[in-house]
Design a binder for this molecule. Structure first.
Ligand code: ZN
Length: 318
């Protein structure tokens, strides 16, 4: 058993309008809203989690929304620059047609031999659906308007854009124990030491001319790598510290336990435990239905409910 990350845990971006975010990711793309909570470091912000039926690590995409702070950021170097999903190889036509029918402009291209449908979310974040032949994950199969066979399975890879690749690649292949799979142009693909294919890849794009990314709506805030348990997380905390990284202490995120560090290209990384998961405070049938608050914010519930705009169930795109 490897003592290093096994793949992607979640990606967290910043949304400018929470209802549009729910409509797009849950309504149009068919992810399940598995948790509606707040940013544990600043509870005036929503934290919305989407994923498969139970929010399995690797399927989770999350968004912060700060009411009254909707200034747009700039996508650029020092950020994760896309949200990339895996779909069955025969489903790409379904997705292209569904997106276009609902007014989303799409582009098609090929990368590493894989077919890609690319488009933008309501805040301008690049989203991609990649046709993957070999991925046993099934995604959330209970969406009302998307046949189960076409469900998005989870994230395919994490895309990182940096001005110089070497420091980032050294961290991945050294302390984090990833291995280089292939290179194409200025893009290199890495896979976790324990393998796994889709969901376990990181693509590093080297772009010396890219402007520096600026945080704000329409940008990815950080990306998290999965470890199986607390013991592995502590091993990684020590390894990172020994490699000269400024690593945070362990933070209790209720659904997982996390440490944070910034890689040399400027991207905020997190390592999160696969346990205890999203079923700790609500049953699987009603995941995401109610605003869930950790114990330390329960006293402030009524104030928070006044600050945070109410959310309706996702719009249906039929
Ligand atoms: Zn996170």
């Amino acid at each position: 058993m490897s003592n290093t990350p096994t793949g992607i845990h979640h990606l967290t971006a910043i949304a400018g309008a929470p209802q549009a975010n729910v409509d797009f990711y849950a309504g149009l793309l068919g992810l399940r809203l598995v948790k509606k909570t707040v940013n544990f470091d600043d509870p005036s912000a929503y934290h919305l989690y989407y994923g498969d039926e139970t929010g399995t690590p690797g399927s989770i995409v999350t968004f912060f929304y700060w009411p009254g702070h909707e200034a747009r950021g700039r996508v650029g170097a020092g950020q994760s620059t896309a949200i990339v999903f895996s779909a069955p190889a025969a489903s790409l036509g379904f997705w292209q047609e569904r997106l276009q029918r609902h007014g989303v402009a799409v582009a098609r291209h090929t990368r590493f031999g894989e077919e890609v449908v690319a488009f933008a979310d309501p805040d301008g974040i690049r989203v991609e659906i990649v046709a993957v032949a070999d991925d046993s994950r099934v995604g959330w199969r209970a969406h009302l308007d998307i046949p189960a066979v076409h469900a998005l399975r989870g994230m395919h890879m994490a895309e990182l854009t940096v001005r110089a690749a070497a420091p980032t690649e050294t961290l991945l292949t050294g302390t984090m124990d990833y291995r280089l799979v292939k290179r194409e142009g200025n893009r290199a693909r890495f896979e976790a030491a324990s393998g796994g294919g889709s969901g376990h890849y990181i693509d590093v794009i080297a772009d010396a001319s890219a402007a520096a990314g600026i945080g704000g709506t329409g940008t990815v805030h950080h990306i998290a790598w999965s470890v199986p348990d607390d013991a592995t997380e502590l091993v990684m905390q020590n390894r990172l510290h020994a490699s000269g990284y400024n690593v945070s202490d362990v933070r209790d995120r209720n659904y997982f336990h996390s440490i944070y560090y910034r890689e040399r290209g400027g991207i905020l990384f997190e390592i999160a435990t696969a346990t205890p998961g999203f079923l700790v405070d609500e049953p699987v049938a009603s995941l995401g239905a109610a605003l869930k608050l950790p114990a330390q914010f329960e006293r402030a519930r009524s104030q928070l409910e006044n600050i945070l705009p109410p959310l309706q169930p996702a719009r249906r795109y039929v």
